[in-house]
Design a protein around this ligand. Sequence first.
Ligand code: 1HE
Length: 260
Amino acid sequence: MSKKHIHFELRGDQQDVALIRLTRGAKRNALNDGLILALRDLFEKMPSSVRAAVIDGEGEHFCAGLDLSELQERDAGQGVFHSRMWHAALECVQYGPVPVIAALHGAVVGGGLELASACHIRVADDTTFYALPEGTRGIFVGGGGAVRIPRLIGVARMTDMMLTGRVYNAVDGERIGLAQYLVPQGTALDKALELATRIATNAPMTNYALTHVLPRIADQPADQGFMTEAMMAAIAQAAPEAKERVRAFLEGRAAKVQKS
Ligand code: 1HE
């Protein structure tokens, strides 16, 4: 299935991995309103067979951020609604039905970094670079970056990126926490699909706990976080699937943890 500037396909024997590709390469996958709304719709209407998703970008760059040509005519009130539209769409990515992996290469800048930071895992190849040019364009992040990016790299590093226009390369990006995986040029999508295929075999309740509950626990005061954790642990372990997986290990039918 393809909407304008976005391609969607199902991968895997069980059709359980969704591949979502930004296909606006001529404009470096800059995110116009149509693309943002299409992303929201895809995550809202994800087929029930899907257990994990991968987002990547066509061409030399993952994403050049907000389509700046749409910025010119907006007044303050429209700006608020526009930012809230991004928030709603990227909430559908972060708090959607499945874990999402961003496969990064080239520019991951501005709203492109905001999109990547709404994903649960980021795999970057060694062409990747990260920036928040909003600072030098006289604007501010508006797609949830002010909330999500400091959680990855801290307030000080984000402040520096925006005040000075600092660009992080792929190696430093992985070092500071912008990506969890760093892979050779041209292999980010393969690695992301490999991870998605593995994640798709997890118990759905475990994946739900990790994508919906863990980030909320992390935002809670410790006392409340411990209680939420206890509730989630009890729900997860009570599921028949969890009992079967534990039994399989105890009976020697499940893989051991291997030294990496
Ligand atoms: C664009 C955009 C865009 C490219 N909006 N049209 N983001 C930025 O400030 C980053 C702006 N883009 C760049 O710095 C560069 O384009 C790249 C480093 C990403 C890629 O460079 P390059 O040399 O490969 O491509 P290019 O020649 O700069 O761009 C190719 C075309 O894409 C060109 O259009 P053309 O009609 O002349 O061919 C560019 O104008 C177009 N293009 N990026 C519109 N961003 C929710 S708030 C989020 C706030 C932000 O994201 S602000 C940060 C915006």
